[in-house]
Design a protein around this ligand. Sequence first.
Ligand code: BG6
Length: 467
Amino acid sequence: MTFPKNFLWGGATAANQCEGAYVSDGKGLSTADVMLGGDKDTPRRITDGVLEGSYYPSHVAIDHYNRFKEDIALFAEMGFKTYRMSINWARIFPNGDEEEPNEAGLAHYDAVFDECQKYGIEPLVTLSHYETPLGLQAYGSWTNRRVIDFFLRYCETVFTRYKGKVRYWLTFNEINCMSISPWLAGGLPLESDEQARMTAAYHQFLASALAVKRAHEIDPENKVGMMYAGVVSYPASCDPKDIEANEDFMRSMLFYPDVMCRGYYPRYKLREFERTGIVLPQEPGDDEILRAGTVDFLSFSYYFTLVCGKKTKDAGLNVGTFNTGYTNPYLKESPWGWAIDPYGLRYILNLFYDRYQIPLMVVENGLGMYDTVEADGSIHDQYRIDYLREHIQAMGDAIDIDGVELMGYTTWGCIDLVSAGTGEMKKRYGFIYVDVDDEGKGSFERSRKDSFYWYKKVIASNGADLS
Ligand code: BG6
């Protein structure tokens, strides 16, 4: 298999899922800091502020905030070319709406980027990964157009401060999750109606487009991507009714990259808005903003494929369950019910490349599993190696056979971290084990799993040795 010469191999994390230190050095609360833990059968509850005596996974997480040097050294030992991470907006603007940034927050990420630079690791930075300053609730979060200005102030601050240190940026993590889990995607209540979600998404599109423009102006070296939750589904059968229902579902997801990669809303979505009475809060000049701020590349997460059909409309699709009313009888599932489908990765890579012809990056992929620590401390996670191997093979096929332009691959949760969907620690993705449990108890010590040594070999051989 031939991966491009400068292929960006690495791993990915998100601030609220790994940093902890939730009020250190002037950080404000974010939407993630009021989410209690759950499990695969119990959705995470969002509380009204921080309740005393309750455990919130983001408050401690894996203490990456204080241990980032040790963690980055381990990434470097695996040979990472890139580290995808996010800046926690509430560290820079604690309430979200301040005029001036918090210097201590900025200094922290300076130290993180310096550490990456020390090992020649290229940071890939998500500006908003499933957290919005909680202070912006007072404005109605992303339903309010003013939030665009607050976000841009934050973007300009970090683009300027980290000029020369960071060249790769992503605007909103899994932006299409506004339609599935609006609290994660933009700090909107879960029960938000379609009008509120579409208003918030519209504002995020504008914010992203303006951020792309500013990033290029501040440093022409900057490359800014969008980030799509790799939701892709197969029709339940060849019954045209199933095909139609699957198409409807896919369009409810794909209009997000359509807007961000093409610079305008697709006609099918505008027609739908007409039918359903959704009104976009358009102002003069908005169309030009969207057109001028298309992304440089499209990145996405990929874990599983779904099946959709006639029953899907009535099923309860949310980030925890992704219940579409169907399961795929041809695929095995993880203990969390996610259907393992390496071919689906080649499928979605082709879908995107056919649709937009811009460079792609897989910025999340991995297997969340229960790991067992043996008496001697070793962790034999062959299941994870098998999963990753097959997905890397699928990427190789998309490059070699189909000619897809792929820039890089960052596995999700390269170090164990808190699950976004369930708040658990025991749903582990890492090459690096972290000794902490679902209540935040443990030594926080890091140790290498079998997959650590395997991935090191994969990177050293540029994907040629997957054995
Ligand atoms: C993606 C998110 O949806 O999937 C991550 O961008 C998340 O934040 C990852 O952690 C895996 O999902 P989960 O629910 O297993 O953590």
